[in-house]
Design a protein around this ligand. Structure first.
Ligand code: IVH
Length: 809
């Protein structure tokens, strides 16, 4: 048996731990570090182990969940758990009508003062009744049918926001002594962030995801295994009382009851408030409705209760519903409906989004006929199929989405292989697959590794992307077509004057004038002068001229203008500098592209995909045919021969196990790509490399497509290298070669491109951002954050003169 000292220490520990728990989980204001809590917790655990009599159900050590139950025991509620009438007219009239009926039933005259109400949120979780005897939690029960519920004490004990012992404070207003019986009623719910975290964890572990916080809460509270409940992170709000005995300082209003329960240690929602009169109730509802999407938990309405408990008693109940309270519904954010079809939408950037076409349903205040399914993985994960009944959600201004499928309503048919005696069934419709071709233009659909979004690769031809593609093409840093603004582009596309960027060069003066007339008519802005028969043509002349003037762009600008995904100005410039001509860029195999500086696998893939799309190729041919010709094409860069060395290319073929080092060893034995491409398997096996490398290479070469790819790279490189200027051993500047520079601000005499060219010609590299690897930052006037970063990292900073000196050294 424990000594009185030990007993006292155990109860002191229990009280301390409960207090810290309350500070942490309810007040969100811990006063001790976690380590201190853990230390006390272990001390109590040890005492309880040594003296099992100390281990009471109300001990903080009992929150972790125990052995699973065979079934729940039934509990009879001494004070029934009634429900409240729901006002479904969600306008202000619903609130005014309730206030009017209260006044009528209380026999109030118009001149009597407004009635005071407790205005509360209607939490969307599960109703629970908590029974405390002499301050200790002895039982927690579900509502059940209102008269009989289920004993879920073991589960509820795991909810950290629910006190196992009431906080008693001798100087407190309502909690100076614990009542002999206090039944507390409220809502167990799950916060949205906890719900999201749970689903993320489920996804990560390959488990099923949960549909919504309410069902998840109900499932956790009614789980026979309290360990499961313990892992769910449930929360709690109080809203009322059940049976009460010997509560000396019992308040006489609803709002004070809630405040008192707060003193006893229960979480109280701070949006609850007291208002007077019907109009104030309606205003409360509007305020909550507008905040709904920002709340960290879900609500399905607001609740109005007469604040005076005496008046509540006076009005009493009508057919199991109180006359003194109503719930005022907010528009439902989730509804069920049927999936009629799944189609794909192509966005302006080519992103392909699967969309569910739905049987129209009223949700979140509007009629919804489509809901986004986000991407292919999402559709597969939720397994949404045609014919399915689904839960659709529309919260606030958010695009409606399909939350989940109601699986037991999926249309089924007998399996084709089944016989008379087996009754197996299969879904009527197959699982969703993203189409291989763009539904708008038929170009192939690409999904980059690690990307959720699939895209149409027909950037130059796809009608969905046309407007965006042309806008980009005509932009100032691209083809720089002055006067071709967004409105004209929209109309040229809408009226079918322009199907691709190449069509811009076929536009005539008449086309432009006609387009403008139709556009003005359509928008109702036809100028009086035009109505009078005078047509302004100067703008159209100028535009035709600007289009013609754009025909000779630098190659880098043209490449940038094509709108190839991941190809910005800097990549376009790298391509132009190194490969020299549009022809060379168009034909460049992926392995060659990744061999160029600053071009990674994803970018190379994207460039190769773009030019592999026949429709894009046609547009480029059409551009050339229309007279578009880069002015600065030149021979490929001399250093290309190093970049295209066999070892470099081998390492970039994505052959399994062929690392940089192995690629070098392979190149030393087999320096010609074309020879390797034709090497029989028997000879490949003979190469002097580790067995697993040789085998991987041999397997890779067994795929005819890979051999063809290797041959194509060999052919490409041969042609390209033949055109190289004789590598006039570039005069290497020791101070600059191999060093990384960052340019920032405006230099006094040099343009940025000029500075860049000088540095690159001397063998240096220009990068866009400052890091520890940067060797020099060249700063001009109004240099910004890059200069700060350089100073912070201790990178050498040069001005223009300093740069010139370095280049001359
Ligand atoms: S008062 C006799 N207040 O809504 C009145 N209920 O039908 C008893 N609920 O499932 C209920 N928030 O769990 C009340 N602030 C609130 C509430 C609330 C949510 C739930 C309750 C019950 C239903 C009422």
């Amino acid at each position: 048996m424990p000594t009185p000292e030990i007993e006292a220490r155990a109860s002191e520990l229990a009280a301390l731990l409960e207090r810290y728990n309350h500070e942490y989980y309810v007040q969100d204001a811990p006063t001790v570090p976690d380590a201190e809590y853990d230390r006390l917790f272990r001390e109590l655990q040890k005492l309880e182990q040594d003296y099992p009599v100390l281990q009471t159900p109300a001990s903080p050590t009992q929150r972790v969940g125990g052995a699973p139950l065979p079934a729940f025991v039934q509990v009879r509620h001494v004070v029934p758990m009634l429900s409240i009438r729901t006002e479904t007219d969600s306008t202000a009239a619903g609130a005014l009508e309730f206030d009017a009926s209260v006044r009528r039933e209380l026999g109030m005259a118009e001149t009597d003062p407004p009635v005071e109400y407790s205005a509360e949120l209607k939490f969307d979780g599960m109703a629970i009744s908590l029974r405390y005897e002499h301050g200790q939690l002895v039982q927690a029960a579900t509502r059940g049918d209102g008269v009989t519920g289920e004993d879920v004490t073991a589960n509820i004990r795991t909810i950290r926001q629910i006190p196992l012992q009431l906080i008693v404070n001798p100087s407190g207003r309502y909690n100076s002594v614990a009542p002999s019986v206090l039944e507390v009623r409220g809502e167990v719910y799950m916060r949205l962030d906890d719900f999201r975290r749970l689903n993320e964890a489920q996804l990560a572990s390959g488990g099923k995801t949960y549909v919504n916080p309410r069902n998840t809460t109900a499932g956790a509270v009614r789980n026979l295994d309290s360990k499961v409940t313990s892992n769910r992170r449930l929360s709690f709000f109080v809203y009322g009382l059940g049976e009460v005995q010997e509560w000396l300082a019992q308040p006489d209003t609803q709002s004070e009851v809630i405040a008192a329960l707060g003193e006893f240690g229960f979480p109280v929602c701070d949006l609850n408030t007291v208002v007077s009169g019907g109009a104030a109730l309606a205003a409360f509802k509007d305020k909550i409705q507008s905040k709904r999407d920002q709340l960290p938990f879900e609500i399905d309405g607001v609740v109005y209760k007469i604040n005076s408990l005496a008046w509540q008693r006076q009005l009493g109940f009508r057919s199991r519903e109180p006359r003194w309270a109503i719930a005022h519904k907010l528009p439902a954010q989730e509804e069920q409906t049927l999936v009629i079809a799944i189609e794909e939408q192509v966005g302006r950037t080519g992103a392909i989004t699967p969309v569910a076409r739905l049987q129209p349903v009223f949700v979140g205040g509007v009629t919804v006929t489509n809901a986004t399914l986000h991407n292919e993985d999402e559709v597969r994960r939720k397994d949404v199929r045609v014919g399915d009944t689904v839960i659709v959600r529309r919260a606030g201004d958010v695009i409606p989405e399909v939350v989940a499928v109601v699986l037991d309503q999926r249309p089924m048919r007998p399996t084709s292989g089944g016989d008379l005696f087996s009754s197996s069934e299969e879904p009527m419709y197959p699982a969703y697959r993203l189409p291989l071709a763009c539904p708008v233009c038929g170009s192939h659909v690409v999904r980059e590794e690690g990307e959720a979004i699939a895209r149409c690769s027909g950037g130059l031809v796809c009608k969905a992307q046309r407007t965006q593609a042309i806008q980009h093409f005509a932009g100032r840093r691209m083809m720089d077509i002055d006067g071709l603004g967004e409105r004209y582009i929209d109309k040229l596309v809408e009226f079918d004057y322009v199907h691709s960027v190449a069509d811009l060069y076929r536009l005539t003066l008449d086309d432009l004038l006609l387009m403008k007339r139709r556009a003005d008519e359509q928008d109702g802005v036809t100028p009086e002068t035009v109505k009078a028969g005078k047509v302004a043509t100067k703008w159209a002349d100028n535009l035709i001229e600007a289009i013609a003037a754009s025909k000779q762009p630098p190659l880098a600008r043209l490449l940038f203008a094509l709108g190839i995904r991941h190809v910005g100005e800097s990549t376009a410039k790298t391509l132009a500098d190194w490969l020299g001509t549009l022809h060379n860029v168009r034909r460049a195999p992926r392995a060659v592209l990744v061999a160029l500086p600053d071009i990674g696998g994803v970018v190379a893939e994207s460039i190769a995909e773009f030019f592999a799309e026949a429709q894009n190729e046609q547009v480029i041919d059409a551009l050339l045919a229309a007279g578009v010709a880069p002015v600065d094409e030149h021979a490929p860069k001399a250093q290309l021969s190093d970049k295209l060395a066999a070892a470099n290319l081998y390492a970039r073929l994505n052959v399994p196990r062929l690392t940089e080092v192995r690629a070098q060893q392979l190149a030393a034995q087999q320096g010609e790509l074309a020879t390797l491409a034709a090497l029989p398997r028997a000879a490949v096996i003979q190469l002097e490399l580790p067995a697993e490398v040789v085998n991987a290479l041999a397997d890779w070469l067994d795929d005819a497509a890979n051999r063809a790819q290797l041959q194509a790279i060999a052919d490409y490189c041969r042609t390209l290298l033949a055109g190289l200027p004789q590598a006039e051993a570039a005069p290497q500047n020791e101070a600059v070669a191999g060093k990384t520079f960052v340019l920032t601000g405006t230099l006094p005499t040099m343009g940025r491109d000029q500075a860049r060219a000088l540095i690159e010609d001397a063998g240096g590299k220009v990068s866009g951002s400052v890091s520890k690897k940067t060797h020099y930052v060249v700063a001009g006037a109004e240099a910004g954050s890059k200069l700060d970063k350089a100073l912070e990292l201790g990178v050498t900073v040069l001005d223009e003169a300093g740069l010139l000196a370095l280049l001359a050294s």
